[in-house]
Design a protein around this ligand. Structure first.
Ligand code: PGA
Length: 255
């Protein structure tokens, strides 16, 4: 694992943008995996800037998102489809045919999930998957207890996740309890995963992820098994770590 600890959220967004921009420049027809949530917003702003200021070209990419709420149509303001279009895709040269986001209103959820897996395969697999982490150690909507070999499927959200999300919904009856999510196994097949975490709220989860046992109770800990996990976290998210990281070398903090 390459773990980079940076000062703060701004630096984290700068560093993540460097990695993604380099990927797009080196391989303009890359398949990229995108994540939603608060963490990648700074990264997405920088990608928009790179498009506007230096013509970063998104037109040959294929994209896959990690997850979507069941029961929300793509135009719902809390859907992840809406998030992706308003936060990034509407501001760069991406068209709908390049974009894949699980459909929250799919009639036959199971066959939709299988179709999603096939599309990833047909695209040649994901070159670079951007990932956030939940305070409970989830990745995408793979909550604690998720099989580490899981594939795209419907999942019940943990009650903590439902509570964390409730503040975004005016109508509490609309707060989703299910999501379609890529599985831990699906995510780990990406050639590179770029895991981002910022703030003290993530410190415990990052300690378990990087220094704990690999366990379904911390699905993010599966990054320890990945052939190229690139982790960029800020000082606060790294504050519970017992080890320090320099250029891939891991040493106890008191040495
Ligand atoms: P956040 O969510 O970036 O909004 O903290 C990350 C996640 O829950 O996966």
């Amino acid at each position: 694992m390459l773990v980079e600890v940076v000062d703060n959220y701004e630096k984290l967004s700068d560093r993540a943008a460097e990695v993604v921009i380099q990927q797009i420049r080196e391989k303009p027809d890359s398949t990229l995996g995108f994540a939603t949530g608060g963490t990648p917003k700074g990264l997405y702003n920088r990608l928009i800037e790179a498009h506007e200021e230096s013509g970063l070209d998104f037109s040959k990419l294929t994209t896959f998102n990690l997850d979507e709420y069941v029961g929300l149509p793509p135009e719902h303001e809390q859907s992840y489809a809406r998030y992706m279009w308003s936060t990034l895709f509407n501001h760069v040269n991406v068209t709908e045919s390049q974009v894949h986001i699980p459909h929250g209103m799919a009639e036959d959820v199971n066959s939709h999930c299988q179709w999603y897996e096939r599309r990833i395969e047909e695209a040649g697999g994901i070159d670079l998957q951007i990932l956030g982490i939940g305070a409970n150690g989830h990745i995408a909507f793979n909550e604690p207890g998720s099989s580490l070999g899981s594939r795209t499927r419907i999942k019940t959200l943990a009650s903590k996740t439902v509570r964390d999300n409730a503040r975004y919904f005016e109508d509490q009856d609309m707060v989703p309890e299910y999501a379609i999510t890529m599985g831990v196994g699906t995510i780990m097949e990406a050639d590179e995963v770029l895991l981002l975490a910022s703030g003290e709220r993530k410190a415990e989860a990052m300690k378990k992820t990087l220094e704990g046992h690999i366990t379904a109770m911390t699905p993010a800990s599966m990054v320890q098994m990945h052939r190229f996990a690139h982790v960029v976290i800020d000082e606060e998210a790294a504050s519970e770590l017992d080890y320090q990281h320099h250029h891939g070398i891991v040493e106890p903090k008191d040495e």
